[in-house]
Ligand binder design. Structure first.
Ligand code: KG4
Ligand code: ZN
Length: 335
């Protein structure tokens, strides 16, 4: 049995979780979204400062909800990147200090591996081989998962992440932040065929994504329509943008399905909350006779349970106490 405390602070959510094998005992997420709303996006410095204020309480709540004391843990897992450096430092320093004070091993985890590993969690763990689309505000990738300890990168975005594109589109349409849910809501009343927005196919030889052309096309459209017409056609613009973004994600997912030998398809990241994407992915899986795995939204978006799952599932070498204390040796191990 392995029982871990995990900490995740790579972006704007302060997260801690206790996981025993693949069973979640607690999963605490303190979202800072409301603090960033006024700025129309996440402000890294504000995120770091809020993590500092929140992290001790969030860790205490995770241990308390799980009914687990620090001396009952086998180790502490923590996101080592990618992410906002100041935000990551808060979680990492907290994890390292707690581990050192309690003589526990430290398990530094790759954030994207965490998103993939969310699928291994109970009550409905997914067994490889499967293909996983992770689309959030910070990353967009297609992962070919054939084991528990890694994935093959089948494709990634060459510029903006899918969620970032939704956020930028929402800003152009004056819909507020975060943009994804706002665009989805506005699109409900709109015609997705009203405007012809581009679905880019990068010529990189892989299953890569590109969303910057879509964003620029929308920006030119909004400029040409002018403020009054843009406001009047907001639903159509949202629906057309959403259609182009989802079409691109589904096009690449379809190609990955045809290229590989998968039992199932999984969706992760905040954009996986998008109803059009979920529906299109379900249709695609039906066509190919594959299962579609949709983890609950709180495990799609950033959370610490997925970081614990990656640490438990992977062939990660825990760094034993006190090996992570000397800085040089430690830098070598987390590189
Ligand atoms: O995974 P997440 O909560 O945080 C990270 O970025 O790591 O993802 C947030 C992103 C935002 O860009 C947000 O606009 C997008 O996910 N998002 C959506 C929806 N809900 C959230 N995008 C499209 N449709 C949605 N319903
Ligand atoms: Zn993420």
């Amino acid at each position: 049995m392995t029982r871990l405390l995990a900490i995740e602070t790579s972006c704007d959510d302060t997260c801690a979780s206790v996981v025993e094998d693949n069973r979640i005992l607690s999963n605490v997420i303190s979202s800072q979204a409301s603090f960033h709303e006024a700025f129309g996006g996440i402000v890294p410095e504000i995120a770091s400062r809020h993590h500092i204020q929140l992290i001790n309480g969030v860790v205490a709540a995770a241990l308390d909800h799980a009914g687990v004391a620090l001396d009952e843990l086998d180790g502490i897992a923590v996101t080592r990147g990618p992410g906002l450096i100041g935000a990551l430092l808060v979680g990492f320093t907290t994890a390292k200090s707690l581990a050192a004070a309690n003589r526990l091993p430290l398990l530094p985890v790759d954030h994207l591996q965490g998103h993939v590993a969310a699928n291994f969690l109970e009550p409905d763990p997914l067994e490889p081989p499967f293909c996983c689309l992770v689309a959030s505000g910070g990353h967009t990738l297609l992962a070919g998962v054939t084991g528990h300890d890694g994935y093959e990168l089948l494709g990634t975005t060459l510029d903006d992440a899918a969620g970032e594109a939704f956020d930028k589109a929402a800003r152009l349409l004056d819909l507020g932040f975060p943009g994804g849910p706002a665009i989805q809501r506005a699109a409900e009343e709109g015609d997705p065929e009203a405007f012809d927005l581009p679905v880019s196919r990068p010529d990189s030889g892989r299953l890569d994504f590109s969303f910057s052309g879509l964003k620029t096309a929308l920006a030119y459209l909004v400029r040409d329509l002018g403020p009054a017409e843009t406001a009047a056609r907001c639903a159509d613009l949202s629906a057309s943008f959403q259609r182009a973004a989802v079409d691109q994600l589904i096009d690449r997912l379809g190609a990955a399905i045809e290229d590989g030998n998968w039992n199932a398809v999984a969706l992760g990241g905040g954009v996986a909350a998008n109803a059009e994407l979920r529906k299109a992915a379900a249709d695609l899986c039906d066509e190919h006779g594959l299962d579609l795995k949709l983890v609950p939204i709180e495990l799609c978006t950033d959370n610490a349970a997925m970081i614990a799952a990656a640490a438990i599932a992977g062939s990660l070498d825990p760094i034993p106490y006190p090996d992570y204390l000397p800085l040089d040796a430690f830098a070598e191990k987390v590189r």
